[in-house]
Design a protein around this ligand. Structure first.
Ligand code: FAD
Length: 437
């Protein structure tokens, strides 16, 4: 294959999108299309030229923002010029917005109408709607409200051939059929560039409270948290936290945090039950202060050089805590109802540490994913891929290959070229990951 010349990528993108529509840094070029039609034109050119493409939202997954140097693809397709709230129907409790709108900016607009999107993805103020959907990632509120895929009603996707696909609908009750919308949630750019999303909304709750209990021992905190999480109450979030977290979550050490949302009466009732089990909390926040705590968790989780995600059945969380003991972690947060533990470390762990953790995780039925990978112990941060996901089993790899081919016959999107961890201690191309077994 001919090497790709960044000068040519830049020149063709600027011819299509204008001077402001593309920029270069080092060997990488970023394009900034401003409509689904422009995204389609960009992808058609990329396919014709055989360039690899990486869609980009707020860039929180690699911690480097919109910088063209951040990716391994020939061309980054940024959603930063696709930032409009297109429609908001307060009476329908839905909205339609372009993929580059940040979750934080959307929240501000919706709050004016007394509504909210009940999702709190990790990553802080830069996370975009498209990035959240593409990564499928959810924060503490997943305990009550599920993940983005559970609230996503529709999506507009530009596939690897440049076709604009309008999937799903605008209403909460939708027609039956094969659910392509849910397939897009978590596809990490592998099926196309998301240009628009439609989500369901909720009225802002009458009361919002966060209660926290501190402990000396991480395992004791985990046991108490599990006891609270298994109560028959609609708790919005139940988190186990360790390490130093930013304001207003000052202080360090293991703690359990519960968020309650609902009418004042319902929240007071739930609080009474919780206190009956765990005693009075060490601290409580209400209203905007409670929302600030949620924002501090989302932003604080994003600060590590490396971010690891470990997942086990909720009842197996203690095994995850034992695994994390091997790391000099700055911060760790475990969703006690979902079983996902996220750990931030600085610097990134060595390959050997990751390999032994992955092997141990496998033995206890858990999975380990490197979400972000910055500078390693003794490394510069420039070697190797920035993130990975566990290799597929052969049948899943074949399904993945065929599905990806339908949406991306030219193999330009990340589903075709992104590297994945082989599970055998090496990096392999995504399409070959089925060798893992
Ligand atoms: C603490 C922490 C934990 C995280 N945990 C996870 C995790 O468990 N799983 C996970 O996948 N990610 C995880 N992430 C990264 C996650 O992707 C981001 O936090 C965030 O949700 C993505 O928003 P973004 O706008 O910054 O997207 P980016 O970081 O720009 O992109 C994230 C992914 O989405 C794709 N993407 C972005 N925009 C589009 C678009 N418009 N169309 C198609 N594809 C697009 C990108 O190619 C990339 O694969 C985590 C990040 C942090 C900070």
């Amino acid at each position: 294959m001919k090497p790709v010349m960044p000068e040519r990528v830049l020149e063709r993108m600027r011819r299509l999108l204008g001077e402001e529509g593309a920029l270069a840094s080092g060997q990488r070029v970023a394009a900034f299309p401003a409509s689904p039609g422009e995204v389609g034109a960009v992808l058609r050119i990329a396919r014709e030229e055989g360039w690899t493409v990486d869609p980009r939202g707020g860039g929180t997954a690699d911690g480097e923002g919109d910088t063209p140097g951040a990716g391994a693809a020939d061309l980054i397709v940024s959603s930063s010029r696709l930032g409009e709230l297109v429609e908001h129907e307060p009476a329908d409790l839905t909205f339609r917005a372009q993929a580059g709108l940040t979750v934080a900016a959307l929240e501000r607009r919706l709050a004016e109408e007394g509504q909210w999107l009940a999702l709190d993805p990790p990553g802080g103020g830069r996370v975009t709607l498209g990035g959240m959907v593409a990564s499928g990632v959810a924060g503490p509120l997943q305990a009550q409200f599920g993940r983005p895929r559970d609230q996503l009603l529709g999506v507009t996707l530009v596939d690897g051939s440049g076709r604009i696909l309008v999937l799903g609908g605008r209403v909460v009750k939708n027609v039956a059929g094969f659910d392509l919308v849910r397939l897009v949630a978590g596809s990490r750019g592998g099926l196309g560039v998301i240009t628009e999303v439609v989500f369901r909304l909720y009225p802002l709750p009458g009361d919002d409270r966060t209660l926290v209990w501190g402990f000396d021992d991480p395992l004791e905190a985990w046991e108490q948290g599990r006891a609270l999480a298994s109560l028959p109450l609609p708790l919005a979030a139940v988190e186990w936290l360790d390490g130093d977290w930013p304001e207003p979550l000052d202080g360090s050490g293991p703690r359990v945090l519960v968020r309650l949302l609902g009418s004042e009466e319902a929240v007071a009732g739930m609080r009474r039950v919780l206190e009956g089990v765990a005693g009075p909390p060490d601290r409580a926040w209400a209203g905007p202060e409670s929302r600030k705590v949620a924002a501090a968790i989302a932003a604080g989780a994003a600060e590590g050089t490396a971010i690891l995600r470990l997942h086990a059945l909720p009842g197996e969380g203690a095994a995850l805590l034992a695994l994390v003991d091997q790391l000099a972690a700055d911060r760790a947060a475990l969703h006690l109802l979902g079983g996902t533990l996220r750990v931030s470390t600085r610097p990134a762990p060595a390959d050997s540490t990751l390999q032994s953790m992955r092997a141990e995780a496998g033995r206890s039925g858990a999975t380990l994913t490197v979400v972000r990978r910055g500078a390693r112990e003794g490394g510069t941060g420039t070697e190797g891929p920035k993130s990975d996901f566990t290799g597929f089993s052969p049948p899943v790899a074949e399904l993945h290959r065929r599905l990806t081919h339908e949406f991306d016959p030219g193999g330009i999107l990340p589903g075709s070229w992104r590297e994945a961890w082989s599970g055998e201690g090496g990096w392999v191309a995504a399409g070959k990951a089925g060798t893992r077994g």
